[in-house]
Ligand binder design. Sequence first.
Ligand SMILES: *Cc1c(COP(=O)(O)O)cnc(C)c1O
Length: 452
Amino acid sequence: MRFISTRGQTPALGFSDAVATGLAPDGGLFLPETLPDFSGDLARFEKLGYAELCFEFLRVFATDIPPATLRGLVDASYTRFADPAIAPLKPLAKNLYVLELFHGPTLAFKDFALQLLGNLYEHQCAVRRQTINVLGATSGDTGAAAIHGLLGKPGTAIFILYPDGRVSPLQERQMACTGATNVFALAVDGTFDDAQNALKEILGDQAFRTRHRLSAVNSINLARVLAQCVYYFYAWLRLPAAERGNVEFVVPTGNFGNVLAGWMLQKMGVPIRSFRVATNQNDILYRMFTTGEYRMGAVLPSLAPSMDIQVASNFERFIYFAVGRDPAKVREVMQTFKATGGYTFANFNRDTFTASRCTDAEIPGIIARVHREHGYIADPHTACGFQKLAAGRVNVVLATASPAKFPDTIRTAIGIEPTHPSLEALKSRPVVKHRLRAEAAAIREFVERRAV
Ligand SMILES: *Cc1c(COP(=O)(O)O)cnc(C)c1O
């Protein structure tokens, strides 16, 4: 299968090249040239375990990787999940389930994609007999998940920038206590935006980029979206047949990567009824799906920090379909958005997407209510999903992080401090971080010395 850019000015690429490229050179995002149709495979897929389903799904896209190799990469990606179901679907009440996506190594849903991406990178290094240096800037979960996807992998090194003192102590430990020699946790003095800007400058230096075979870790990689389709498929197949046609997936949303994957699966013939875009107080997507106006706001730090975004980097894939798959129109929308900070969509399918917004003032109360009513502890991101449930639908709330990652908020809400053995183990390990100025020159020099 080949993959095209939403902006239509990049030649179509095969799977491995599209994954290695990340952002298309024309500034667009990669999408399958045509979407496959799985509606004839539903009965056959019902009996498959998680990794088997993932393989059957991905093989349709990753046609340039031999099936036996792909199978090995997929299997290796889900061995470090602590729950045998990988993505357990737990009933809480009539018409209410929670889909737990936090049993991977860093206890957040990003492991589903980044474990796989790490293995794809390793495979590519082996095939091309080249090393690769991965760079990213993080305000939390992505950096930890990316690091754990590449931990100790030969031929790779990973450099993650984060604002010193501004990520949670547990998140920092997940990045800086791995003990792996190919991992560099770079604590920069500045804000997340400073780190991000320095990173952009380095990645914009084409000569430096080529010399060190740099690759950026970000939320728009094609492989991430495809890996995330699988847990929607898996959950849908676990539901009683009578409920499957009436499902609303409730998705705690930031960059629109997670919910986009579910929506694309629906477009591929899996009859999911609807999706709820559940935002925190950073509500650009809530406003979009209630009014049609997509307009940039300022970031307000929140109790659900992994959803603190200003523009949703994956939204362009939705726009591509919303404007009738017309790349010229996508370019026009993105141009207008860039120039004016907003764009208004005249018509989109309001039946497929509903939206809700949850402020910080509401989050502890929701955690307390869910605990009281269902005996379930939701992390602050998942709590945004529980804010409102659709009457008359089967609600499947995606639990995107373990509550143990956010002990302070949970203690405030219900007086219990959740723990997790993997986080406890980190507390006795040394923190190895490299303090750097948030300047491209300092970071570039560091990368130069440690690159593989
Ligand atoms: C990244 C993240 C989100 C937001 O996911 P998007 O794909 O950016 O919409 C939600 N919850 C948690 C815990 C996350 O780490």
